[in-house]
Design a protein around this ligand. Sequence first.
Ligand code: PMP
Ligand code: GLU
Length: 396
Amino acid sequence: MEISNRAQKLEPSVTLAASAKANALKAAGKDVLSLTVGEPDFTTPKNIQQAAIQAIESGKASYYTPSAGIKEIREAVVNYIESYYHLSYEAKNVIVTDGAKFALYLLFQAILNPNDEVIIPVPYWVSYGEQVKLAEGVPIFISCAQEKEFKVTVEQLEKARTDKTKLLILNSPSNPTGMIYSETELRKIGEWAVLHDILIVSDDIYGRLVYNGATFTPIATLSKAIQKQTIIINGVSKSYAMTGWRIGYAVGDETIISAMNDIASQSTSNPTAVSQYAAIEALSGEQETVEIMRQAFEARLNEIYPLFAALPGFKLEKPHGAFYLFPNIKETLTMCGYTDVTNWVDDLLAEAQVALVTGAGFGAPEHVRISYATDLDTLKEAVKRIKAFIEKKSIK
Ligand code: PMP
Ligand code: GLU
């Protein structure tokens, strides 16, 4: 049986592929250091685990739920957004989904007609472009300079705009770069989007993970008009160490949320019930563990950033959020005799047992992505091995 054109054209997630490859080598007994997938290495906080256990034991997690999530979790999202964004929504403005990834998927399916254009600043998170294509939309990629902290400007947006432009995807703090847009930058972008009636998809999943005094400004908070023009995407995976529970959400215009809900009702039926009860506790319970984990990431960043920045040929600024480094390694590639970053990453894994993700999957083929959501010993050992690998290759 021939598989569909749609599936044939799809690029699988490079982050998940790199992590699966590293894990397979580990399972085969290889001493692999994996700095691939963006997932906190902490276990889910105890109070959240307890809420899940209680939901199972009481029997309430046994059943299907409404496809947009139970009322209590949608209300928990409303209260969370009220506390952290100071914005008012109602439960009808919220859909809870199987991870933020599926919220994005539903949004594109609900909004895009064939050939509608979606502006995606580069470097981008691996799933944006592929999900847009699955919805028969056209990703319009805008290259953002490292010298400008990889941030898109209104001038660039205006150049890319056509009468088919429907959406703009923003992700601040960014995966993979860790950069954060300032309030002034966001205000300009927001006003531009309002003026041209372009919907802003604001992927805020790393909003709680900002470091060294940096602040996260959600674009939706900048004016009533910008709020109306924005769909907020968020979830519990990153801030609460809950990647395996698969709970994300979208917040915004009721008509769009309702269309997303119709698609969810015909695809997943509902996000897993037990995970919804756990996520209610995450969003409304004590928040101290979020701060403890944030501080741990900050300490790691401060310790390992200078070590990676000193690697031969690595060019990178210190990130302000998320948990990734995204160096330009063009010079390193030349030193080592490579022209293709993916080959360099493959050989680094084969010869030095360090797994990184190729920048090619993020639209930036001179870069590699390093996740520092792992322990310091692993990170320091990885630096040593990468250095030795570069030295070995440079001598040849
Ligand atoms: N957006 C970005 C930028 C991400 O890095 C991730 C990581 N998986 C997601 C969305 C989706 O997260 P999840 O599906 O685990 O909620
Ligand atoms: N967002 C994470 C990452 O970028 C998880 C992997 C994925 O969902 O593709 O590593």
